[in-house]
Write a protein that binds this ligand. Structure first.
Ligand code: FEO
Length: 162
């Protein structure tokens, strides 16, 4: 069965969202490098690579279904933040946004009775649970610490082992 034109466009749009996410995290990594928080920078760099993988998984799916992938223009990411908590809060909110996008794709695949796409999307539904838990967990820790610099450095060390 051929992928519908609407689904092809929606997946292409999601690939753009994943690549935009990658750039957002790459910029967050650069911000942390600039602050001397190398563990957080490392964590964000890993996140950047994960987002590229998310995009590639969608690209491969388009190819598998004989559909066309159009390389999108990516949005320029925000470069500066107030502090580490601000960065992770932004990342957490961004992941919630990505989850809502994945759910819309699920709704669309359900309406189209596109069972192959639904099955493929299950991986992303599960992945988003992990993505939100990761970012949300760090927000909780940083909120608990407030501005405690020793605590923030301890979290930085912890994140260097991702
Ligand atoms: Fe690709 Fe972080 O969602």
């Amino acid at each position: 069965m051929k992928l519908s034109d609407a689904m092809t466009a929606a997946i292409n749009d999601q690939i753009k969202a994943e690549l935009d996410s990658a750039y957002i995290y790459l910029a967050m990594s650069a911000y942390f490098e600039d602050c001397g928080l190398s563990g957080m920078a490392h964590w964000m760099r890993k996140q950047y690579k994960e987002e590229v993988e998310h995009a590639e998984k969608f690209i491969d799916y388009l190819y598998e279904r004989g559909a066309r992938f159009i390389v999108p223009e990516t949005a320029k990411p925000k470069e500066s933040y107030e502090n580490a908590l601000d960065v992770f809060k932004t990342a957490y909110a961004h992941e919630q946004y990505v989850t809502s996008r994945i759910y819309k794709l699920v709704d669309m695949a359900t309406a189209e009775k596109d069972y192959a796409t639904l099955s493929m999307l299950k991986w992303y539904v599960d992945e988003q649970v992990e993505e939100e838990a990761n970012a949300g967990g760090i927000v909780e820790k940083l909120e608990f610490l407030g501005g405690d610099k020793h605590g923030i450095y301890a979290v930085d060390r912890e994140l260097s082992s991702r």
